[in-house]
Design a protein around this ligand. Structure first.
Ligand code: SF4
Length: 144
């Protein structure tokens, strides 16, 4: 099990990495949990459920250091799946709406480092993967 010292170092490293990425010229955020803005958008991410039964915006959030981020702690307080009849009820809470609004409006100072790191728009050779699917005459590229 990692020591507390290593955990806090990792968290600081992520904060620094995210800050450096934002400062880079041409930085753009493309939240993969939001509806795509253009047809060149990358693979979509869906909501996920932790092994403690809490809804999180995507599986990348299910990491110890992310779950202990102050913004995430606020969201987790209203994210126990067992407390609701539908997932929509969680998505409509003030906490989740605020999270979505900050992503939609690209309020970078209010967005968690994990989102900056995972959902920076990749361009050109920085793309990780392009899959091509062909069905009859139809060909479609999916960028992941
Ligand atoms: S990392 Fe953040 S912005 Fe990206 S898909 Fe997950 S919740 Fe959305």
């Amino acid at each position: 099990m990692p020591s507390k010292k290593i955990d806090s170092y990792d968290k600081r490293a992520k904060d620094i990495k995210a800050k450096k990425m934002i400062e880079k010229e041409g930085f753009e955020l493309e939240p993969r949990c939001m509806p795509p803005k253009d047809k060149d958008s990358e693979r979509r991410q869906q909501v996920a459920v932790t092994n403690r039964g809490q809804l999180v915006p995507c599986c990348w959030m299910d990491q110890k250091e992310v779950l202990s981020h102050p913004e995430m702690i606020k969201m987790l307080k209203v994210s126990n799946v067992a407390d609701y009849d539908t997932i929509d009820e969680i998505l409509l809470t003030d906490e989740w709406q605020e999270f979505a609004k900050n992503l939609e409006q690209r309020n970078l100072d209010k967005i968690m480092p994990v989102c900056i790191i995972h959902c920076a728009k990749r361009k050109g050779r920085d793309r990780q993967k392009i899959e091509t699917y062909t069905l009859g005459e139809l060909t479609r590229e999916v960028k992941a």
